[in-house]
Write a protein that binds this ligand. Structure first.
Ligand code: NAD
Length: 513
């Protein structure tokens, strides 16, 4: 452990950094090979966690199956009370967990804290939801009959998560799934196992204190091979998977092959449209934060800026000036704006994208590059870059998970900007900067943005937990978090009750005996 503050944070979270791996609640067992967690902040090994073997997985699944039989008997508001206690546990450990997120993933400490806050917020949301798992009632066509629908728990929910939101995405899923009466098996990213261990410790404390079955929350550790155990497992009716489009296509096929359900939250290629009526100051703040925040490693990061020709030079110059002020360095230091990429593979992808955009005819406005020297020993710190590019370039069509912003021009009406914005395979987040009501409404209309998230005078990056989160097209179509996203974690049942002494058949069918 490189930093005494991190070791203190781990201690406070109750995380020893060895002999941890698979877990059901607070029961730990581990027999697979060690997985090393290395910080992109300073390149130092933080800890080692044992991976889940096929035998470990079997033990986890059996424990989860047993726990589900008990957990579904607990009433939904009581399940909400457990989630409330988990939220309190997170409040108590917000600083330590936020610091560990920042150190293991490389995002700023403020963002690490923000991520834990999102977990707390979704717990609060789920507590309220636990009394609102409503179905509809409808009028029966048969006299003396009553018809309604209700929602029941699904069973075991598998959660596969990405490295960039190592803890919040799990909470978005699990807090809702728990109040819905499901139990969860979580496979976090192999790049961020320690934050997952910390979360499992915290929920383990709550489960133990309430004498509940430990299998309500389970953790399995490893790479895609461990993920495949979940996706191929018939005992797991729903797999919620967050990550790249490449991963989503494989997971979707595996789950569909056994007719399971999948909830997919995949890559984005998010654009901001800047119209002649845009507020320049807001545009620049939104675009810079969207492109360089979390070092361009948010699914909602701004990748493309589509600017009206009349505003183009002004926006371009303001951005180039703003980029000169960016401070790159240790994300735990609040003075820095941009931290590291997750690992050296990500650095290679970033360099490759910069080379590709030049090869395809783009012009680099703000040069990128890898930083070296004191403070940059991990080799994961890069300079945010801006390139003028065309939407049809292959590299622009592709999501590069790094701080590269592609600038492009449009002429004429907002519909031309929308052609470009929608002209990619992804459909996650989108934004328009305008003070023109007609443009804003056109952007939000059925002829407008084809994304799951469409914002006016806000950038593409980030979202509130109260709304349903997710995207269309190759982003996967899934919705998580707020609104009625909970319905995917339950099975719907239609019930018809006959309170007469007759048995009339539907559609007036006669069947005389
Ligand atoms: P990734 O696809 O490499 O890995 C994500 C997770 O999937 C990991 O836990 C990994 O082990 C697992 N996985 C990979 N292949 C698998 C397989 N065949 N079967 C089962 N599991 C498998 O993604 P990443 O690099 O960790 O994260 C970055 C990506 O995630 C970006 O594309 C980003 O846009 C996306 N993302 C999307 C959202 C969203 O809500 N739409 C949120 C966060 C990240």
């Amino acid at each position: 452990i490189s930093d005494s503050k991190i070791s203190e944070a781990l201690n406070q979270l109750g995380v020893k950094t060895e002999n941890l791996g698979s877990s059901t609640g607070s029961n730990w067992f581990a027999s697979g090979e060690e997985l090393i967690s290395k910080s992109p902040v300073d390149g130092v090994i933080i800890g080692k966690v044992n991976q889940t073997t096929a035998e470990d997985y079997e033990k986890v699944l059996q424990t989860a199956e047993g726990a589900f039989k008990e957990w579904r008997k607990v009433t939904a508001p009581q399940r909400g009370e457990i989630v409330r206690q988990f939220g309190d546990e997170l409040r108590k450990h917000k600083a330590s967990l936020g610091k560990l997120v920042s150190y293991e993933m490389g995002k700023s400490y403020q963002e690490g804290l923000g991520e834990v806050q999102e977990m707390i917020d979704i717990c609060d949301f789920a507590v309220g939801l636990s009394r609102q798992l409503h179905g509809l009632t409808m009028h029966s066509e048969r006299p003396g009959h009553r018809m309604y629908e209700q929602y029941h728990p699904l069973g075991i929910v598998g959660i596969i998560s990405a490295f960039n939101f190592p803890v919040a995405v799990w909470a978005w899923n699990t807090a809702l799934a728990w109040v819905c009466g499901d139990v969860c098996v979580w496979k976090p990213s192999e790049k961020t196992p320690l934050t997952a261990v910390a979360c499992q410790k915290l929920i383990g404390n709550v489960i133990e204190a309430n004498n509940l079955p430990e299998g309500i929350s389970c953790l399995i550790i490893g790479d895609y091979k461990v993920g495949e155990l979940l996706t191929n497992d018939k005992r797991v009716p729903l797999v919620s998977a967050t990550g790249s489009i490449r991963m989503g296509k494989i997971v979707a096929q595996a789950v569909a092959a056994r007719l399971g359900k999948s909830l997919l939250e995949l890559g984005g290629n998010n654009a901001i449209i800047v119209t002649p009526d845009a507020d320049i100051k807001m545009t620049v703040i939104g675009a810079v934060f969207g492109a360089v925040g979390t070092c361009g490693q948010r699914c909602t990061s701004t990748r493309r800026l589509i600017v009206h020709e009349t505003m183009y030079d002004q926006v371009k110059n303001a951005l180039v000036e703003a980029y000169k002020q960016l401070r790159i360095g240790d994300p735990l230091d609040e003075n820095n704006h941009v931290g590291p990429l997750i690992d050296k593979d990500a650095v290679a992808n970033y360099l490759n994208a910069l080379a590709e955009v030049k090869k395809e005819g783009g012009t680099v406005l703000v040069e990128g590059g890898v930083l070296e020297g004191k403070g940059y020993e991990s080799g994961c710190y890069v300079k945010p870059a801006i390139a003028e590019a065309e939407n049809h370039f292959e590299i622009v069509q592709h999501e590069t998970f790094a701080p590269i912003l592609y600038l492009m021009k449009y002429k004429g009406g907002v519909e031309n900007a929308l052609e470009l914005q929608n002209g990619v395979v992804q459909g996650l987040s989108s934004a328009i900067m305008t003070n023109n009501l007609r443009e804003a409404e056109h952007f939000l209309s059925h002829q407008g943005s084809d994304c799951g998230i469409a914002n006016v005078n806000i950038g593409t990056s980030g979202a509130e937990i109260g709304g349903a989160f997710g995207g269309e097209k190759e982003t996967g179509g899934g919705r998580e978090s707020g609104s009625d996203a909970w319905k995917v974690y339950m099975r719907r049942q239609t019930n018809t009750i006959n309170y007469t002494t007759e048995l009339p058949l539907a559609q007036g069918i006669k069947f005389d005996l």
